[in-house]
Design a protein around this ligand. Structure first.
Ligand SMILES: O=c1[nH]c(=O)c2[nH]c(=O)[nH]c2[nH]1
Length: 311
């Protein structure tokens, strides 16, 4: 044979697994990106195409989700060890498993205490999270020698509510397959711009640092405290909360990708997976719903461009 096979490995990369554990009203998130890579007696599949030694990559994906449900995710390390041991000890041709895991950290959103829980209790909702260490603060200043326009904002602020989100009662036509949801995850990567009404007419400038901190806080609190019937409704609540609390801002525009989380069907493995507790979700990256809109102070006109990537 003039050629021979060198190093090779295979598996399913980037299995996005999200597990929500409920401890009463307090939810805990484990959000991992798990990549499986296996190697061993795989010469034949390359030389002759015989799949006799091949555990499908699809099976490795299912194993990740089933293990998350059945055994939980104590830590990324423990989860990875468990998976690696499983592949090597359960499949004779597999001699080596490499499990790479990225873990995304989430911080609880501090709310104002005005949660929308129907319970009437003043207990803080504990199911709203902001992803750590991602966002970028932005500003754009325009001056034509006479007037100023200051538009500030942020992008890549990733937030999640692990409950208090529903989506139902929508139009259904012959192509509609989406089941109505009465308890779903709502997650988005916020891109927002807000326009200041300041201009250099002798008025004092806003305290830009304080304004940013407070605007971000109101945005997050509105996200956390809205019992959402759609991402569109949440968008309007976030914008209104900012305009109501920040007199220096007249207009807010949002671009909100709906980061869908689908309950994984673990029925084929005899595992019940519903939202009640310990639910395991597939975090899909595309396609995604894209919800965009502007919220304005009464009497003010829209000046922020519709397409935020132009800003
Ligand atoms: O909050 C949502 N708004 C929509 O317009 C929509 N469409 C969809 O399929 N899911 C959702 N969710």
């Amino acid at each position: 044979m003039p050629t021979f096979l060198g190093q090779n490995q295979y598996g399913k990369a980037e299995n996005r697994v999200v597990k929500i554990t409920r401890d009463g009203a307090t939810h805990h998130i484990k959000d991992l990106n798990v990549s499986v890579s296996l190697s061993g007696d795989m010469d034949e599949v390359h030389y002759s195409g015989s799949n006799a030694n091949v555990l499908p990559t699809d099976t490795t994906k299912n194993t990740v989700y089933a293990f998350a449900k059945e055994h939980g995710i104590e830590s990324a390390e423990q989860f990875g060890i468990h998976l690696a041991r499983h592949f090597v000890t359960s499949q004779e041709p597999i001699h080596r498993a490499r499990i790479r895991i990225e873990e995304y950290a989430w911080e609880r959103i501090e709310t104002s205490g005005a949660g929308t829980k129907e319970t009437g209790s003043d207990e803080q909702p504990k199911h709203s999270f902001v992803r750590q260490g991602q966002e970028t603060r932005l500003t754009q200043i325009t001056y034509d020698g006479e007037s100023w326009e200051v538009v500030s904002g942020l992008k890549d602020l990733v937030v999640m509510n692990s409950t208090d989100s529903e989506f139902w009662g929508y139009v259904k036509d012959k192509y509609t397959t989406l089941p109505e949801a009465y308890d779903r995850i709502l997650a988005t990567q916020v891109s927002a711009r807000w326009r200041f009404n300041w201009t250099d007419d002798g008025r004092e400038m806003p305290d830009w640092e304080e304004s940013y901190e407070q605007t971000r806080k109101h945005l997050l609190q509105a996200f956390a405290e809205t019992h959402s019937l759609s991402l569109q409704q949440t968008l309007f609540q976030m914008g209104s909360r900012i305009i109501d609390h920040r007199g220096e801002i007249d207009e807010v525009r949002f671009s909100l990708p709906n980061k869908h989380h689908f309950l994984v069907d673990l029925g084929p493995f005899g595992l019940k997976n519903d939202t009640a507790d310990g639910a395991v979700y597939l975090a899909a990256d595309r396609p995604y719903g894209l919800i965009e809109g502007t919220v304005l102070r009464d009497g003010c006109e829209a000046r922020i461009p519709v397409d935020l990537s132009n800003l």
